[in-house]
Write a protein that binds this ligand. Structure first.
Ligand SMILES: O=C(O)CCC(=O)C(=O)O
Length: 216
C-alpha cells in the first residue's frame, strides 16, 4: 500500500493579547540550520543599497541597507524616485511560501532591511501606505542577530517589546497598522548583523507618494 508523506509539523505560534491588533509570532518559523544558510546567502547575494532621505532640505542617509523585490507591477515611489522591484529569487520565494502558509495571507513583494550593527535601526512608523490596502497584512521574517521590536498603541500609548530572533516570523494584520506604530531602536549594545524581510501585498494600481523606506 502506498504511503503518504507525513505532514510537516507546524512551528508553535504565540498570539499577542493586544487591543485593536492581530499580531502573531512564530519564534522558530525557520529551523536553525536553514536560517543560518539563508542569512549567509541573502547577505552575499542581495543587491543591498544605501538610500537617503531629504528632511527639511537636508540629505540624510537611511540607517540601514535596503532592497525591494517583488512581482513586476509592485514598484514603489520614494525620495522622488520610482523603484522597480528586483525579481524573486529561490530563497525569497521559499520564505514567501513559508510566510503565506503560516499566516494565511498572500504577498506580492518584500522589503529587505540589513541592520549592520546597533547604529542601524528604524524609527517609529506604520506600514499603512494606501497601496497596502485597508487592513495591511505584513509578514516579517528575521535572520541573524536578535533585535528589539517595539509596538506602540497610537492613542493608549502602551508599548510592547518583542525580541525578534533568528528564524522568527511576526505577522501583523487586521487593524494593527491603524492603531499601532512600530520601531527597531538603535542600541549601544554590541550586536551583529540582522536581515529583516517584510512581505507585503502592494496594489498594482496605486503608487505611493512617500513609500515605506522614508523612515529614520
Ligand atoms: O526590522 C524589522 O523588524 C521591522 C521592519 C519594518 O518595520 C519595516 O520594514 O517597515
Amino acid at each position: 500500500m502506498p504511503t503518504r508523506p507525513l505532514p510537516l509539523p507546524t512551528p508553535p505560534c504565540l498570539r499577542l493579547e493586544l487591543p485593536d491588533a492581530d499580531v502573531r509570532l512564530w519564534p522558530r518559523a525557520v529551523g536553525r540550520e536553514r536560517a543560518d544558510a539563508l542569512f549567509r546567502s541573502l547577505r552575499a547575494s542581495v543587491d543591498w543599497q544605501q538610500e537617503h532621505v531629504v528632511i527639511f532640505g537636508a540629505r540624510r542617509l537611511v540607517p540601514r541597507l535596503v532592497a525591494w523585490h517583488g512581482d513586476p507591477d509592485t514598484r514603489y515611489v520614494y525620495s522622488g524616485t520610482a523603484h522597480e522591484p528586483l525579481a524573486w529569487t529561490a530563497e525569497l520565494l521559499e520564505l514567501r511560501h513559508l510566510a503565506e502558509n503560516l499566516t494565511g495571507h498572500r504577498y506580492n513583494s518584500v522589503l529587505l532591511n540589513l541592520y549592520r550593527d546597533g547604529r542601524d535601526g528604524m524609527g517609529w512608523h506604520a506600514d499603512d501606505e494606501p497601496e497596502l490596502g485597508a487592513e495591511p497584512a505584513i509578514a516579517s521574517v528575521s535572520l541573524g542577530a536578535t533585535r528589539r521590536f517595539r509596538l506602540r498603541h497610537r492613542t493608549l500609548k502602551s508599548v510592547t517589546d518583542l525580541e525578534l530572533g533568528h528564524g522568527s516570523l511576526l505577522s501583523m494584520a487586521g487593524p494593527t497598522q491603524h492603531h499601532y506604530v512600530h520601531a527597531v531602536p538603535k542600541t549601544a549594545r554590541p550586536v551583529g548583523e540582522r536581515i529583516n524581510l517584510t512581505f507585503r501585498c502592494v496594489s498594482s494600481s496605486a503608487l505611493a507618494g512617500a513609500g515605506a523606506l522614508e523612515r529614520g
